[in-house]
Design a protein around this ligand. Structure first.
Ligand SMILES: *Cc1c(COP(=O)(O)O)cnc(C)c1O
Length: 372
């Protein structure tokens, strides 16, 4: 049998990511590949850095995109900021918090886990108690927007507690960037990573990352080298720094970076506040329709993520069959429940380009007729 070209169908992606990609971003991806040390490419990278600083609302000079998905951004934060023996307080209210714990342990650190109920935000009082009980802790790690449950935590309050107890913060902003307010400088967050394929509506495979000066100071004071060569950010800095002469570290994913540049130009043109509002508006529309169908939310209204709607599967409904029908009949993908919510919830994403009335209408219509 001869294998021929692969042509995927045109799906509508309304799950936990990847999200639907802006057509302009797909076009940018197919522009001619040029050398990753080409002066024109280097100029594009400098713009990309500025665009990322805008998206993160930071002046941090160390603001880049890791050449790998969000999980690599997570790992980059831990391997650079956690040395063997370091104590790290890890907040766990879903799947991604647990991955943070695993990262700490694999770095030889000691994780102190603060558990919160799935579907609820991280409780600052529990975190404060953990900080009091562990005065030797060096880092506080938490997920801003828990994609596994749809809960938003108060990053500003958590970061303030961390500073009061002399801890750096590692913040997972994979799903929050571009979808809800994230103010890296104002909230004084230290190491923040995100992903290209959620609310930025870019192709998967890149992880925006920013480090504060406090984080850089900790990295520079390390007693041991970072155990990962690829993710050692002191080496990557030589490639991303705008000092003119760039050194080879690894071959940058040239076309994917064009795509991220384009996605961020679109975000800049729309304006961050408008993007946040668009996600909120789409969420309110979806909520109204779902409530008419008798579908209820996992997360309390106060901490619901507009871009990730975790809802209970109605009683007696076959989870996998409904998702299969949505895909076959409507080319619509919604997310299954993850971890403790597996089989119990669906996760409907309104991320980036998908946060539009058209998508909400399609999803509601498809769900209504499929549930019948
Ligand atoms: C998607 C996601 C990740 C992982 O990103 P990948 O690009 O899949 O590696 C990490 N944290 C959160 C909160 C996410 O939603």
């Amino acid at each position: 049998m001869t294998i021929t070209s692969f042509y995927p169908p045109q799906r509508t992606l309304m799950g936990p990511g990847p999200s639907d990609i802006y057509p302009q971003v797909l076009q940018a991806l197919s522009r001619p590949t040029i050398g990753h040390l080409d002066p024109l490419f280097v100029g594009m990278m400098d713009e990309l850095k500025q665009l990322l600083q805008y998206a993160f609302q930071t002046k941090n000079t160390f603001t880049i995109a890791v050449s790998a998905p969000g999980s690599a951004g997570m790992e980059a934060c831990f391997v650079n900021l956690v040395e063997p023996g370091d104590k790290v307080i890890v907040c766990r209210n879903g799947v991604f918090g647990d991955r943070m714990r695993e990262n700490v342990e694999r770095c030889g650190g000691k994780a102190v886990v603060v558990d919160n109920t799935w579907g609820e935000p991280v409780d600052p009082l529990l975190v404060e108690q953990a900080l009091i009980d562990n005065p030797d802790a060096k880092v506080l790690a938490f997920v801003h927007a828990e994609t596994s449950t749809g809960a938003l935590s108060d990053a500003e309050a958590l970061a303030k507690l961390a500073r009061q107890h002399d801890c750096l913060t590692i913040v997972d902003a994979v799903t929050s960037l571009g979808g809800v307010p994230l103010l890296v400088d104002e909230w004084q967050l230290d190491a923040v990573y995100s992903g290209s394929q959620k609310c930025l509506s870019c192709v998967p495979g890149l992880s925006p990352l920013t480090f504060s000066q406090r984080a850089i100071d900790k990295i520079q004071a390390r007693k041991t080298p970072v155990q990962s060569w690829f993710l050692d950010q002191s080496l990557v800095l030589g490639y991303w720094s705008g000092e003119g002469k760039r050194t080879y570290h690894h071959t940058a994913p040239v076309n994917s970076l064009y795509a991220l540049h384009e996605a961020l130009v679109l975000l800049q043109n729309e304006g961050l506040e408008n993007a946040w509002q668009r996600h909120k508006d789409a969420h309110l529309e979806l909520r109204e329709g779902l409530e008419k169908l008798g579908i209820t939310f996992v997360v309390d209204e106060a901490s619901r993520l507009p871009q990730l709607n975790a809802v209970y599967i109605p009683d007696g409904v076959d989870d996998a069959l409904v998702r299969k029908k949505l895909l076959e009949r409507y080319n619509l993908e919604i997310g299954a429940g993850l971890g403790a919510l597996g089989g119990k919830a669906w996760r409907i994403g309104l991320m980036g380009y998908a946060a539009r009335s058209e998508n909400v209408a399609l999803c509601l219509k498809a769900l209504e007729s499929t549930l019948k």
